[in-house]
Design a protein around this ligand. Structure first.
Ligand code: PDD
Length: 286
């Protein structure tokens, strides 16, 4: 089945979807994105992603080209047209295509470019990786200073994944001034006793939608949350560690820089958090 994608108001077969070579997303990485997961044909945390999208656009002085309801309709239409049961929807909005390459933002009458496509991943929530956990390395955080805005500048995270792959690992945790910021495409945590430790929200990290939900559920499950700076050594000495994102949900981390976390196995707390997150998110899915 040819995938149907959405480009600027049209639903098209993927091989007929086109964007200008002058698009600022292409020339300047001048655009923002969201990834929303789909489980059982329904959208997980759509509201959270829509609110963050609005904020990212505002921070970059971009006008939202579509309302939340219009975006919801497009997401649902793509799920239906592509028969997606489990997977993700990728959305990207750029500052559009000006007449030429120019560092200066174009005038407001240049329409933004809106692209959405589905990624079908049957059994996404039953990922075998969650049973064995992932291994991460640490790398220096060399990204820009507004990581709270979900821009499409993903070259350094992409390089980080490649460094992890070269080291025989799955991902990289980025470190700035001795403290972990986040994973290349996820938020980072460790658990010691009954306490979950994670970096507080600031411009240094993306304000994960999964993070917000998981911390809320953890509190409801009587776990303590300590939002503070932490080091790789602390995480290595923890009982458990994990990451969160819209595509991995809660994913246990069993090794950091070659050192096992706890027993080096997937622990009970991360497993429980994953279950709670998936159960609650499925219930609230729209
Ligand atoms: N990444 N931190 C970074 C740097 C991210 O890129 C992401 C998401 C997260 C987690 O945010 P959320 O829980 O809202 O997905 C944290 C997406 C999944 C991606 O780039 O594919």
């Amino acid at each position: 089945m040819t995938r149907t994608v959405y480009v600027n108001g049209e639903y098209l077969p993927e091989d007929q979807a086109k964007v200008s070579i002058f698009d600022r997303g292409f020339l300047f990485a001048d655009g923002v994105y969201e990834v929303t997961s789909v489980l059982g044909g329904k959208l997980i945390d759509f509201d959270g992603h829509a609110v963050r999208l609005e904020r990212s656009l505002k921070e970059l002085q971009m006008t939202a080209p579509l309302t939340k309801d219009e975006l919801l309709d497009i997401h649902r239409e793509l799920v239906t047209r592509n028969d997606v049961t489990d997977g993700m929807i990728y959305l990207q909005i750029t500052r559009g295509a000006d007449a030429d390459r120019d560092f200066v933002f174009p005038s407001d009458d240049v329409p933004s470019t809106v692209v959405l496509f589905t990624q079908s991943k049957p059994g996404l929530a039953e990922s075998p990786t969650a049973q064995k956990g992932i291994k991460v390395i640490s790398i220096e955080d060399q990204r820009w200073g507004r990581r709270d805005i979900k821009t499409v500048q993903l070259l350094y995270p992409s390089m980080g994944k490649m460094m992890a792959k070269a080291a025989g690992c799955d991902d990289a945790w980025m470190v700035e001034d001795g403290h972990v910021t986040e994973g290349t495409s996820n938020n980072a945590y460790f658990i010691k006793g009954n306490t979950i430790v994670t970096r507080p929200l600031s411009n240094d990290i993306l304000h994960g939608i999964t993070r917000a939900a998981v911390l809320r559920f953890a509190e409801e499950a009587q776990m303590k949350i300590d939002e503070r700076l932490f080091t790789i050594e602390e995480a290595q000495g923890a009982d458990e560690a994990f990451i969160t994102s819209a595509s991995t949900f809660v994913m246990p981390v069993v090794e950091i820089d070659g050192k096992p976390v706890g027993e080096g196995n997937v622990g009970p707390m991360a497993t429980r958090l994953r279950e709670i997150y998936l159960d609650e998110s499925r219930k609230a899915a729209i």
